[in-house]
Design a protein around this ligand. Structure first.
Ligand SMILES: Cc1cc2nc3c(=O)[nH]c(=O)nc-3n(C[C@H](O)[C@H](O)[C@H](O)COP(=O)(O)O)c2cc1C
Length: 112
């Protein structure tokens, strides 16, 4: 079993984090999700899942595909959807420093 799949199989919380690339999660994250397919028929330990997203656009619309993906994954795998944190309007290196979303992410981490 690939190490990432083994780690996911033993996890009790799953946090998917990605920048938005063309209205979706990155190909790298999607590949990791694709590798989870065998777990759909296995009794997994994951209880809840959350998502952290960044995007360049200032509108939340661009996050819709990724938010939909998390929602459907939670339905399919029986996870509680613990929520999504989005940081919009990010283009340049270092621009995220000091953003309030870090506090939101910490609060979410404590909650789950
Ligand atoms: C290939 C690529 C596609 C992107 N597509 C979108 C997009 O569809 N919508 C958007 O708002 N931002 C888009 N962006 C901007 C990134 O989501 C944003 O700058 C993000 O903060 C980059 O995070 P990173 O530095 O960790 O890659 C894209 C950036 C790249 C490189």
């Amino acid at each position: 079993m690939p190490p990432i799949l083994e780690a996911i199989r033993k996890a009790d919380v799953l946090v998917l984090a990605s920048p938005i690339y063309y209205w979706s999660v990155t190909a790298q994250l999607k590949l990791a999700i694709d590798r989870m397919y065998p777990l759909i028929s296995v009794k997994a330990t994951i209880q809840r899942a959350a998502m952290l997203l960044t995007c360049g656009n200032k509108s939340e619309d661009v996050n819709e595909g990724a938010v939909f993906l998390l929602d459907r994954l939670c339905n399919a795998y029986g996870w509680e959807n613990a929520g999504v944190i989005t940081a919009v309007g990010l283009h340049d290196k270092g621009e995220i420093a000091g953003r309030a979303e870090f506090d939101e992410a910490r609060a979410l981490g404590r909650k789950i």
